[in-house]
Design a protein around this ligand. Structure first.
Ligand code: ADP
Ligand code: ZN
Length: 613
């Protein structure tokens, strides 16, 4: 555990944020910052990184700098900080000349506690001289993995940050990222020339998220059904293609949902409008490609639904990380079809071959991306706790199975009744085609399909032809992949992998090994324990009234709703129903500034009156 928290920290935390304690890693990160030691903080999305750089400058009344690649994120953070009266500003290319001058004046006068800026702004604009003049002693680098070519989001302009060490030899540097691989971590430390940094690595598990993988049978129907569990709540639905986002959003809108599409092909204005509507809670659902999300901070997203397979578990962790950032229960559903694996494989190969890399590099790129793809396929097809699978993938043991928050632990998946016999049929077919074909062909033979390939090879004369005629292609492939995942079949490498037999396949054929295969059930989702707990004692009518009021305040101020109040605080109010300012101050998330701004309105709402504002 961390050492006893500095009383100054506790005081600042309560006064400004209305929080009663730091999370353990935050406490260590803040201590490093206050002591002026370099640090590298690895925390998953939603882990609470921002507080680690927001709090220290209040304690020593310093002016600190935060470097971030995402303008939208900077703006949101400044809004959120201003809502608690915290003096912060952001300089980026969209800021007018006049505003920029104002910020420079406030900086020179020592009024600012935090200045956010983008890396290219920092190095090319003479801003560094000003920062040197005011004696900046602490730089925080957000999304620090952007400096590494091994990371999933390399940005060349981040390389320039190496000059901070030379220009500010006395300052401490603090790198923050949600990317966990050791290679990226080492790269960050060496590129930024961190001096024996405190390396603080958080827990990757997100206990408030309930994970489900559902076999995709009918995209639109399944999407509607799952969204139906989240009526009136914030949801993000991810699609692979731009066209799909538009089609699906139109369909959802036709069903009466407040849904809009979002993708990089829409014009800037349109995209901005959608982001803002989502942030101010005037729409509930965004149907998006992965272009949406960077910079979306709406903290009460209750559902992240992937209608296609993401290309890696890293991407999945990041995209699902946008759910439940307020700590309340949220759901993450992946509609899985093995067809997506094949499309991705083809796409990976095509885009690598079209790049201007040399042959070796192309092969390495393909191998790396294929490895990522198979990791997420294994995750989707596995029949074990999703929390455990994710944690272990990120190198952390998971100790609390059954978790109570995934389809497997909630008992929503079902095992196939005659799995061993089915497995024997599939394995025999692999043997009959001479271990020279891929999953698709093997399954076509099993289903008794009349493809050109089957006829050419005479595979319609095999004894295994049509043995699984009752299954459709997807189901057959899904079962075959489960056998591969469990190591009961092997697979060759190369660009056209073939399925092969191994030692264990023979054990199955001989009947000395029994097989368990899952047949995930779609639809029936049970309530996760966290969700039930989060609603305990909450007056739902009052919660809805509070949300409506928050939406109006957000509209009036032109700010994202979550910066006014997050859902956790609103539920706490709707549970505790405070009747005095003192009682209100005891609610988590309410500090002095919020009490002064909104205390009266909230007490009115709790008393059932129209709020005065
Ligand atoms: P990250 O930047 O790591 O994705 P954030 O800094 O946005 O995460 O924090 C995620 C959520 O956790 C926010 O809603 C924030 O208000 C909340 N939070 C952070 N620290 C604490 C704390 N010590 N106590 C209560 N809530 C916290
Ligand atoms: Zn589980």
């Amino acid at each position: 555990m961390s050492p006893a928290t500095d009383p100054r920290i506790t005081e600042v935390l309560a006064k400004w944020w209305g929080f009663d304690q730091l999370r353990p890693l935050q406490s260590e990160a803040i201590q490093s910052a206050l002591d002026g030691r370099d640090s590298l903080v690895v925390m998953p999305t939603g882990g609470g990184k921002s507080l680690c750089y927001q709090l220290p400058p209040l304690v020593g009344e310093s002016t600190d700098v935060v470097i971030s690649p995402l303008v939208a994120l900077m703006k949101d953070q400044v809004d959120a900080l201003e809502a608690i009266g915290y003096p912060a500003a952001a300089i980026y290319s969209g800021v007018s000349q006049e505003e920029r001058q104002q910020i420079r004046d406030r900086l020179a006068a020592g009024e600012l506690r935090l200045l956010f800026t983008a890396p290219e702004r920092l190095v090319n604009t003479g801003l560094l001289d000003l920062l040197a003049q005011v004696g900046v002693k602490r730089f925080s680098i957000d999304e620090a993995h952007c400096i590494s070519q091994w990371g999933h989001d390399f940005r060349p302009e981040y390389r320039q940050l190496a000059l901070l060490r030379d220009r500010f030899p006395a300052a401490s540097l603090h790198a923050f990222t949600a990317t966990a691989t050791p290679r990226v971590r080492e790269d960050i430390a060496s590129q930024l020339r961190l001096r024996s940094p405190d390396v603080l690595v958080g827990t990757f598990d997100r206990p408030n998220l309930c994970y489900r993988v559902v076999p995709r049978t009918e995209r639109i129907q399944q999407t509607l059904e799952i969204l139906g569990r989240h009526a009136g709540e914030a949801s993000i639905v991810y699609c692979i293609s731009r066209k799909e986002t538009e089609r699906l959003a139109a369909r959802l809108a036709a069903e009466g949902l407040l849904a809009r599409p979002y993708h990089a092909g829409l014009d800037q204005k349109e995209r901005h409008k959608t982001q803002e509507a989502f942030a101010r809670e005037t729409i509930d659902v965004v149907v998006a490609t992965v272009a949406f999300g960077m910079g979306i901070d709406r903290s009460n997203v209750r559902l992240v639904l992937h209608t296609s397979l993401p290309k890696s578990l890293e991407a999945y962790q990041q995209e699902t990380g946008r759910a439940g950032r307020d700590g309340l229960a949220a759901e993450c559903v992946l509609l899985y079809s093995s067809a997506d694996v094949f499309s991705w494989e083809a796409l990976v190969r095509k885009s690598a071959e079209e790049s201007d890399l040399d042959v070796d590099e192309i092969e390495r790129l393909i191998a790396g991306q294929t490895e990522h793809l198979h990791a997420i396929r294994r995750y989707a097809q596995a029949t074990r706790c999703r929390h455990a699978a994710l944690s272990e993938y990120f190198g952390q043991a998971y100790g609390t199975e059954p978790c109570g928050a995934c389809d497997v632990c909630l008992g929503e998946t079902e095992s196939l009744p005659d799995a061993t016999v089915t497995a024997q049929k599939i394995i025999s077919c692999v043997a009959r085609v001479g271990e020279r074909f891929g999953v698709r062909h093997v399954c076509e033979v099993l289903r008794g399909a009349k493809t050109e390939g089957i006829q050419r090879h005479g595979h319609d004369r095999l004894s295994t032809f049509g043995l699984l005629a009752a299954l459709d292609q997807r189901a057959a492939e899904n079962l075959t992949h489960q056998l591969l995942d469990q190591g009961l079949l092997g697979r060759s490498g190369g660009d056209r992998p073939v399925v092969m037999l191994n030692e264990r396949s023979w054990e199955v054929l001989r009947g000395t090994r029994t097989v368990v295969l899952s047949e995930p059930r779609s639809g029936k989702a049970k309530a996760a324990k966290a969700d039930v707990d989060d609603w305990k004692g909450v007056d739902r009518d009052l919660f809805e009234r509070l949300r409506k009021w928050r939406r109006q305040v957000a509209e009036g101020r032109g700010k994202p709703a979550w910066t006014i109040f997050d859902d956790k605080s609103l539920r706490a109010i709707a549970r505790e129903k405070p009747t005095s300012p003192a009682a209100l101050l005891r609610v988590k998330g309410i500090g002095e500034k919020r009490l002064a701004d909104f205390g009266a309105a909230i007490l009115d709402l709790v008393a059932g009156k129209e709020p005065a504002e």
